[in-house]
Design a protein around this ligand. Structure first.
Ligand SMILES: Cc1ncc(COP(=O)(O)O)c(C=O)c1O
Length: 480
């Protein structure tokens, strides 16, 4: 075994990994990357088909992001945001506010009901940026702000609602909002209680009367939007108890770790309308969906929804460095203002908040993202993926193929005619990913779902190789 692999086996504990299985074989040790390609210590090359767990946007070793980080390194790597401002973080905050506030349709009624006013005129709805380190902390910040904002506005015990199957990170607040038993059940004793409503999962929706077809279930579903009713009922029931929900947290358009569950067009708009109608704030977790991953800068914008909190991480720095941001409104910000001795301060922060290297990478990444070339490439890649994935409908163990922008997934089933799932213990997803790795394509399963989130620089030939490897891996896994 390679010396580096030995060191890993001896000392490293990997996330979300059964280490007994891990220790059975030599791990792939990544030593370099360029564009969509990762290279390991043995010189083997692999396509990074999930953008290094959904973080990388423009490819590895991107000259513009490299240059931005090098430039910043010559000045300073880090100084504290506790007590000092810094150049890249201030500029980045301005850029984030710009891209997080598109002009929404006036009639949508989904912008915050209050009028946000800053000194000197109207401010955009999401006008304030709180930096932190990763997706979990971005959500933790949103939660704490929403909680305290609600408390300061007269709700004694603010409560939260989130979606069935939700995953918002691994810190205690984020886990409290989560509803994946496999990950979260063990910690219930440490958590605060949050409620859930079923996510709109057309492929497995109890209200969808359509028989399985060889197409994305969102397109052929037969229903009357019954999935929205539990949401209305939940809000109404909570109101009756005299303690309306303080906030509704959701991933817009696509719920990632839940199994890449894509929402039917119009669901988010309806859900947001109900939540706003009941006075709840909206917490949009765009840790996975943000920064062009789902087509627009942010997924919320596709449905004309402007949240009160926008949690960003993963792609913020183009997948280079751990950095996160929680955007919120002037109204929330104002609730924390006061004389020093009133102690209304938001008592929360991290040592690396507003880190200069991360902010420099993020500025370069946003610059690339906004360029015509990137937009064209993303549209073309989305189309290539769609066309290539169509071939997988011929496979009997492919139940559903879902794609939103550059997030695509295949749900594996025992038989597409019955939608019968594989038991998790059969490790169907893991086996398919192992067979893909043998073909030089790396991704990670979510149970029985295989996700493809290629870097935006992926060429048509590389996209074809990714999907081709998935196709062959399914045949190898299920025909044997
Ligand atoms: C939607 C969503 N929110 C939050 C998180 C947590 O992010 P992190 O792993 O950076 O803490 C993730 C991670 O996968 C995520 O997908």
């Amino acid at each position: 075994m390679h010396r580096l692999a030995q060191l890993d086996h001896k000392y490293v504990w990997h996330p979300f990994t059964q280490m007994r299985d891990w220790l059975k074989s030599e791990p792939i040790v990544i030593v370099a990357g360029k564009g969509a390609v990762l290279r390991d210590m043995k010189g083997r090359e692999f396509l990074d088909a999930n953008s290094s767990i959904w973080t990388n946007l423009h490819g590895h070793n991107h000259p513009r992001i490299n240059a931005a980080v090098h430039q910043q390194l010559k000045k300073i790597a880090h100084s504290s945001a506790l007590g000092f401002a810094n150049e890249p973080a201030s500029v980045l905050a301005e850029q984030l506010v710009k891209i997080a506030n598109p002009k929404l349709r006036k009639s949508s009624g989904l912008t915050p009901s209050h009028s946000d006013r800053a000194a000197g005129g109207a401010s955009p709805p999401l006008g304030k940026v709180f930096f932190s380190d990763d997706g979990s902390t971005a959500m933790e910040v949103a939660l704490k702000l929403a909680y305290e904002f609600a408390r300061r506005n007269g709700r004694a015990r603010p409560k939260f609602l989130s979606l069935g199957g939700a995953y918002h990170g691994d810190t205690i607040g984020a886990v409290s909002l989560g509803h994946i038993d496999l990950f979260h059940k063990a910690y219930r004793g440490m958590l605060f209680k949050s409620d859930s409503v079923p996510a709109p999962y057309c492929y497995r929706c109890p209200f969808n009367r359509a028989k399985p077809e060889r197409a994305d279930a969102r397109g052929y579903r037969k229903c009357q939007w019954e999935c929205v009713r539990p949401l209305e009922q939940k809000f109404a029931a909570q109101k009756k108890k005299g303690n309306s929900y303080a906030a509704f947290a959701f991933e817009p358009l696509m719920q990632g770790a839940a199994g890449m569950i894509a929402q039917p067009e119009g669901w988010l708009r309806r859900a947001a309308q109900i939540a706003r109608g009941h006075g709840a704030q909206l917490i949009a977790d765009e840790v996975m969906t943000g920064f062009g991953r789902t087509g627009t800068n942010f997924a919320c914008h596709r449905e004309g929804v402007q949240p009160d909190f926008l949690a960003l991480a993963k792609g913020l720095t183009g997948g280079y460095l751990p950095m996160a941001a929680t955007l919120t409104t002037q109204k929330v910000f104002d609730a924390f203002l006061g004389r020093y001795d009133e102690f209304r301060t938001f008592f929360h922060g991290h040592s690396f908040t507003g880190n200069q290297l991360g902010a420099s990478a993020a500025l370069a990444s946003i610059g690339i993202l906004r360029g015509e070339e990137s937009m064209r490439a993303r549209r073309a890649l989305e189309q290539t993926l769609r066309e290539e994935l169509a071939a997988l409908w011929t496979l009997p163990n492919v139940g559903d193929i879902r794609q939103v922008g550059l997030v695509a997934c295949v749900e594996l089933v025992r038989d597409w005619r019955t939608r019968e799932p594989f038991d998790l213990r059969e490790r169907a997803g893991i086996r398919v990913c192992e067979a893909m790795a043998k073909r030089g394509v790396l991704t990670r399963p979510i149970g029985n779902v295989i996700a493809l989130l290629p870097p935006y620089c992926t060429s048509p030939a590389q996209a074809r190789r990714m999907v081709g490897a998935l196709y062959e891996a399914c045949i190898e896994t299920f025909d044997s």
